[in-house]
Design a protein around this ligand. Structure first.
Ligand code: GSH
Length: 211
């Protein structure tokens, strides 16, 4: 039985697909279009009532949402893939820390940047809010950048943190292309390059991020 990912290209579904590919797990990708707002249709709301992707159906039928929970679950299911540092060590604690930081401090700002009219009246106020959200994302990426060990996120080597962090660096519309071009996050950009070149992830990366 395979895992089933629900999501769109270039979305948080990248992280779910990349971790399954890296683990060598069998999976299917069920396409849900953000452009057509399919994440708000009853069929998808039955899978994730919050109307957000990714969602992952496990082989036993259980549905998991929240990208960070998906990454942790797949890392647990495939211990031999060593997608997390050893349990109870310092590197493992740092992995939890930064996964939680990106999921709780950065990801929610992406919604504000992409859909500011959900939080402020449409027009100038929503646009001003979008700019504020972009600033918060940038400020928080710079905090992450300071911690990154290089060549991977953690000193212990490649992990789910690299998959997660690299995904955020691709969201140019949410962050601002000009700022990204200024080179504020070179270590995170290097991680993205490394993730994009991993043999199992390269085709996934190309499908999600190459136009
Ligand atoms: N807390 C969720 C956030 C997921 C999320 O915001 N996903 C975006 C796509 S990258 C989405 O589905 N946006 C559509 C919407 O908000 O309507 C997670 O960590 O997976």
């Amino acid at each position: 039985m395979a895992y089933t990912i629900f999501g769109d290209k270039g979305s948080g579904a990248f992280s779910a697909e990349a971790v399954l590919a890296e683990a060598g797990a069998p999976y299917e990708f069920h396409f849900v279009s953000l452009e057509k707002n399919e994440q708000k249709k009853p069929e998808f709301l039955a899978i994730n009532p919050s109307g957000k992707m990714p969602a992952l159906r496990l082989p036993e039928g259980e549905v998991i949402t929240e990208s960070s929970a998906i990454l942790l679950t797949v890392a647990d299911h495939f211990p031999n893939a060593r997608l997390l540092p050893p349990q109870a060590g310092a590197a493992r604690a740092q992995a939890y820390r930064w996964l939680a930081f990106m999921a709780s401090e950065i990801y929610p700002m992406v919604e504000v940047s992409d859909y500011p009219e959900r939080f402020a009246p449409e027009g100038a106020e929503a646009e001003a809010l979008r700019q504020k959200a972009r600033e918060r994302i940038r400020e928080r990426l710079v905090i992450v950048e300071r911690f990154v060990a290089g060549p991977w996120f953690l000193t212990s080597g490649f992990s789910i943190l690299d998959i997660y962090a690299s995904m955020f660096t691709r969201w140019r519309g949410s962050i601002g292309k000009e700022w990204l071009a200024e080179g504020h996050i070179p270590k995170l950009e290097a991680i993205s390059k490394g993730v994009s070149q991993r043999s199992a992830i390269a085709p996934v990366w190309a499908r999600h991020f190459t136009r």
